[in-house]
Write a protein that binds this ligand. Structure first.
Ligand SMILES: NC(=O)C1=CN([C@@H]2O[C@H](COP(=O)(O)OP(=O)(O)OC[C@H]3O[C@@H](n4cnc5c(N)ncnc54)[C@H](OP(=O)(O)O)[C@@H]3O)[C@@H](O)[C@H]2O)C=CC1
Ligand SMILES: CC(C)=CCC[C@@H](C)[C@H]1CC[C@H]2C3=C(CC[C@]12C)[C@@]1(C)CCC(=O)[C@@H](C)[C@@H]1CC3
Length: 327
């Protein structure tokens, strides 16, 4: 039977590469590209249909950073479809990134150099802002908008005799110490990206605990270090041109430098082929590329605990009530 796959942030980078790979895997797949910019979404659909003539590709206007847009988009999805098989929560932002060059230089000569290049730990800060809903923009885009979307799509995701998969594009940059239950939106700190990705790891665990019995399964993925609009935004273009040979060299020493969106989409694609019941809710599934260019997926245990994940889940439900009240 035709499977319906919704991908947020599908017009570029890892999301678009995933769509290409899914259509190559299964020409019968029914894709829905959920994007904030319809011109870019149209361009993505044209590219997909050029390489896969006759592919079934729908478009949906969705800005996950806006509560009203999520509610409107979910209403449209409920009107269009009777069930959802895969929901890839992939849209994400890292606004105004700053690289700590002192830490980078120090790290280059430390024993942690591989870890530093795999996770960017201690290297990156961002400048967040408050959106028109009065919420932190990174938190809303990377986490809360997607949470709201799941809640709104429950009738399509949770059905008897049917399982559905929700797959978060998280990151190895997710770090417990960047996240606080006292400040889930990360209003205070300078690492909203890391905080939001750690929150998605926690939330995925909670979703499994609350919703497996309704047929919904959640997983998290790290695509590795991929050259996309998000990464190109971190340094000026001339700098990237300068260090690109170094990036390919680093790839020989670490399997986390997947570099191309096709490689980065490896674990997202791999999860499409698995039975959701067979997956480990406490593992993050990493896209990896060997020095010789072989792609593979590897589960790695996450640094998450049940109490934190449950508390975050309840806090998000509370926040959901508040934003609905304020609409
Ligand atoms: N690149 C990397 O090395 C890594 C990336 N990731 C994660 O992968 C995911 C995909 O990013 P990547 O492909 O790298 O980067 P891109 O910038 O290419 O893709 C991000 C996508 O998200 C969309 N998006 C951003 N904000 C919104 C919004 N408010 N509503 C709807 N769509 C939105 C973008 O749309 P638009 O074109 O309109 O901006 C774009 O399609 C992100 O979640 C990112 O955090 C994780 C680890 C590493
Ligand atoms: C090669 C030299 C000398 C400099 C480049 C340093 C950084 C710009 C680069 C090193 C590790 C990278 C990295 C990411 C972005 C670019 C780096 C900081 C990510 C943060 C991108 C988004 C993610 O989610 C992470 C998994 C990436 C981790 C590694």
């Amino acid at each position: 039977m035709e499977r319906l796959v919704i991908v947020t942030g599908a017009n570029s980078g890892i999301g678009l590469a995933l769509c290409e790979r899914l259509l190559t895997e299964d020409t019968g797949v029914h894709l829905c590209l959920a994007c904030r910019n319809m011109q870019r979404a149209e361009a993505a659909r044209s590219a997909l249909q050029a390489s896969h003539p006759g592919a079934h590709v729908d478009l949906l206007q969705l800005d996950v950073g806006s509560v009203q847009s999520v509610l409107t988009a979910a209403q449209e999805l409920r009107a269009r479809y009777s069930k959802v098989d895969f929901l890839y929560l992939n849209a994400g932002i890292m606004p105004n990134p700053q690289v700590d060059f002192k830490a980078l230089f120090k790290g280059l000569f430390s024993r942690n150099v591989i870890h530093m290049f795999a996770t960017a730990e201690g290297l990156l800060t961002q400048q967040d802002r408050v959106n028109s809903d009065g919420l932190q923009e990174v938190f809303t885009t990377n986490l809360f908008g997607h949470f709201l979307l799941i809640r709104e799509l429950e009738p399509l995701l949770c059905q008897s005799d049917h399982t559905s998969s929700v797959i978060w594009t998280s990151s190895s940059n997710a770090r417990r110490s960047a996240f606080s239950l006292e400040d889930i939106q990360h209003k205070e700190g300078k690492e909203p990206y890391s905080s939001s990705k750690y929150a998605s790891d926690l939330l995925s665990l909670a979703l499994n605990q609350h919703m497996n019995n309704q047929g919904l399964y959640s997983s998290v993925v790290c695509p590795g270090m991929v050259m996309t609009n998000l990464t190109y935004g971190i340094l000026p273009p001339f700098f990237w041109t300068l260090i690109m040979p170094i990036m390919w060299l680093i790839r020989l020493f670490t399997n986390t430098f997947t570099i191309t969106p096709f490689n980065g989409a490896e674990a997202l694609h791999w999860l499409f082929l698995q039975k959701p019941q067979s997956l480990d809710p406490r593992s993050k599934y990493h896209s990896l590329t060997s020095g010789l260019g072989k792609n593979y997926t590897q589960p790695r245990k996450m640094d998450v605990d049940d109490l934190m994940s449950k508390t975050l889940y309840l806090d998000l439900i509370e926040l959901e009530k508040e934003v609905r009240r304020d609409l």
